[in-house]
Design a binder for this molecule. Structure first.
Ligand code: SF4
Ligand code: SF4
Ligand code: SF4
Length: 244
């Protein structure tokens, strides 16, 4: 999509990207910056035109791709203005990380803990009607692995739709957590016992049981990052799931 447009406009061949910050810890943007050790390879094709950490620009320029971390806080006028401007000035929006994609820790409460402070104030980008037509991809993780971000950007540049397809699917989901892994993969009999979910989990909420060949899940330590579900080879498949 992008390079086809760009080739028609030979004056400007670089893909213009920006990175935006909503309610978040900035960990996703730091992961994005970690990727920049390898981004040297992209410098001929990508230009970072906006980042609250890396560029001095106060005005948001027109962009090809806006990467956004964090959930939108409905009580924060700045967030409402920012998301409108991102929508007006970008061709494509990508939500980066659990806060932007599912609400993540911004919506987390567990056990009998009361939501605080006002968890309902935080809305993931995937639930914002205004940007529905532009938000095509959601990247899971808390934060996403820098190499995943690198491969995502590469796939976007090369229009590798096979690689991008799961991220498109995730953008249409409103949750991805260990609960979903258990209910959608394990309990439905799709788990093949590969153990990938255990290695993907940053909080050890998943532990692989050698005796039964399936993952165990500890809900109290799950931060709803979606990494296990995204890493599982039996989920988000672009073809019908096998039945056993
Ligand atoms: S997804 Fe995790 S790392 Fe990213 S902004 Fe939210 S809390 Fe921070
Ligand atoms: S179980 Fe682990 S990897 Fe899966 S969503 Fe929860 S914290 Fe993330
Ligand atoms: S990654 Fe998926 S298939 Fe592999 S053990 Fe975990 S749930 Fe099962």
């Amino acid at each position: 999509m992008f390079f086809k447009d760009k080739v028609l406009n030979e004056e400007d061949l670089k893909l213009k990207i920006g990175f935006f910050h909503l309610s978040s810890c900035s960990g996703c943007q730091v992961a994005f910056l970690d990727m920049f050790e390898k981004i040297v390879e992209f410098l001929d094709t990508v230009e970072l035109v906006y980042s609250n950490m890396l560029t001095r620009k106060r005005e948001i320029p027109f962009l090809d791709v806006a990467f956004v971390e964090g959930a939108l806080c409905v009580e924060e006028n700045y967030h409402l203005r920012l998301i409108k401007e991102i929508n007006e000035k970008s061709k494509l929006i990508v939500s980066v990380g659990a806060c932007a994609s599912f609400g993540g820790v911004r919506r987390l409460s567990c056990g009998n803990q009361m939501p605080q402070p006002q968890h309902n104030s935080f809305i993931p980008l995937t639930e914002i009607e205004l940007i529905k037509n532009k938000l095509k991809y959601a990247i899971p993780g808390c934060p996403p692995n820098p190499s995943l971000l690198e491969n995502f950007l590469l796939a976007l540049l090369e229009l590798d739709y096979d690689f991008l397809q799961p991220f498109e699917f995730i953008a249409s989901s409103n949750d991805a957590s260990g609960f979903n892994l258990i209910s959608e993969v394990v309990n439905k009999g799709f788990c093949v016992g590969c153990g990938t979910c255990e290695t993907a989990c940053p909080t050890r909420a998943i532990s692989f049981s050698q005796s039964c060949g399936k993952p165990n899940f500890t809900p109290s330590t799950c931060v709803h990052c979606g990494s296990c579900l995204a890493a599982c080879p039996q989920s988000f498949k672009p073809y019908p799931q096998p039945t056993y």
